[in-house]
Design a protein around this ligand. Structure first.
Ligand code: MG
Length: 264
């Protein structure tokens, strides 16, 4: 009888100890700082409270090319490329654009582009594909709208028709380059890019192979850590509106902190 009672007590102790262990809360050991409060926009696609507004439909003072005029609350491609006066590292960029309705094919069908740091282009083009397939636009896939020019086509074609407004939401993690005597001697960390077009994921954390030149293979070229955003003049009257940007943290740039995960 005593043995039985002892067994019951022992089991109760084990169960109790296990329950206490399970109730303990795992912590990573990192002393995180409190995330700062950001107020989202009341309108879809609008700038949150911590964004830098690059174009609000009126004011082009954030841009360095005065030949890009404002017409009906949109900024239209002028002569030569247009870049921001401010420079950025890693960021989240929202931009809306409309290519003109046209019956052209190839790279002449409403070409422009959003350059990240003047080096890395997300292509803008009229690449609308009729779901029936009756009037597909013709160009090489890694040069169509939403492509990382000459490196990767979009995963899907999420284009709207020429003349209709579209959006890009771009997340860019800048590269970390070791530069000596004006040359890149080591790519410490490549750049990564994610793109949503009209709310559809088209580029998923893609590792950039370097700048997106049209006449030579991609390679990392020396550049400053912070660079402007550049919109391309490729001879077509592309319209832009509602452009804003948020500077973001690179989670993967900091060395692993010394830490000991623990329970408390
Ligand atoms: Mg282009």
């Amino acid at each position: 009888m005593k043995t039985k009672r002892f067994l019951v007590i022992a089991i109760a102790i084990v169960i109790g100890a296990s329950a206490v262990a399970l109730a303990k809360d795992w912590r990573s050991g990192i002393a995180w700082t409190e995330p700062k409060a950001v107020t989202p926009s009341e309108t879809l696609g609008g700038a949150p409270s911590d964004a830098i507004v690059l174009f609000d439909g009126k004011n082009t003072s954030e841009w360095d090319n005065e030949s890009w005029k404002v017409v009906d609350d949109t900024m239209i491609v002028g002569k030569r490329d247009n870049k921001t006066k401010k420079k950025f590292g890693s960021f989240q960029l929202h931009i809306e654009f409309a290519v003109p309705a046209n019956d052209k094919n190839g790279q002449g069908a409403g070409n422009s582009g959003v350059y990240l740091g003047s080096q890395y282009e997300v292509q803008i083009l009229d690449s609308y594909k009729d779901p029936s397939g009756s009037k597909p636009k013709i160009t090489y896939f890694d040069g169509q709208c939403g492509s990382i020019y000459k490196q990767r086509p979009p995963q899907v074609n999420a284009c709207r028709k020429g003349g209709e407004w579209q959006s890009y939401d771009i997340i860019f993690n800048r590269p970390k380059l070791q530069i000596e005597n004006g040359k890149v001697v080591k790519v410490i960390r490549p750049a990564y890019i994610t793109v949503f077009q009209n709310g559809v994921l088209i580029i998923n954390h893609h590792e950039l192979e370097g700048s997106t030149a049209y006449e030579h293979p991609p390679k990392y070229e020396p550049h400053e850590e912070l660079l402007p955003i550049l919109l391309q003049d490729h001879g077509a009257p592309i319209k832009f509106k509602n452009i804003w940007i948020r500077e973001i943290q690179d989670d993967n740039t900091k060395p692993k902190q010394e830490r000991e995960p623990y329970f408390n």
